[in-house]
Ligand binder design. Sequence first.
Ligand code: PGA
Length: 254
Amino acid sequence: MRKNIVAGNWKMNCSLEEGQKLATEVSQLVLDLGQKDAEVILIPPFIHLSKLSEQMQSDGNFYLGAQNCHQNEHGAYTGEVSASMIKSCGGTHIIIGHSERREYFQESDALLAEKINSVLSNDMTPIFCCGERLESREVNTQEAVVGEQIRNALFHLSADQISKIVIAYEPVWAIGTGKTATAQQAQEMHAFIRSSITEKYTNEIANGISILYGGSVKPDNAKEIFSQDDVDGGLIGGASLKARDFMDIVKAFN
Ligand code: PGA
């Protein structure tokens, strides 16, 4: 059975002190919730990982992740951080190919494929993001766009490797805009992604992969989106910066 996952992508927000406070609040709320039906992942800026990981050892109820990594293990790449470095600071998951990375940092599918390899070779979990821009949705080419992103960045993987990844469908037009895909639009795309994986690999593999939806998920729309058959949780941006909102989204599974 695939896992339900709710991941909070803090993006470039929170000082260390703010991040520690937010993580403490989330951790407490997760504890209060008791038995939870979704795995919770906090994805702060790199520089907070080590502190939050120490904090987690005492009161943690969540996993930690990073928002990006370099494709190489080490070397003369000023300003970059590798998957193994993230792992050494307590991170277990890494977002690869967020649309903000694709757009502002010109990350190509070929580069993302290399990054995925690096994350997997460190026994960590990539959260691979895909999603179409508004222009594609308007002319109904969203499946062609997402299909290509997935083929280019993931389909070189072995069956065993692809089984270890998480996918996040994030339509670019819904990120940080307050516009959410309808539950039906999310379901259609998630089903399409799953069927593409079935075609290339097997039904069993496709059914084991968690596919998250991202793009303006809020406490008041999470339940409907998460109730769709092929939606296994969310990658949450803005609403992950408020502990209560984030936890209300996690609770959408209970
Ligand atoms: P949002 O961001 O929830 O603020 O729309 C989602 C994301 O970018 O992962």
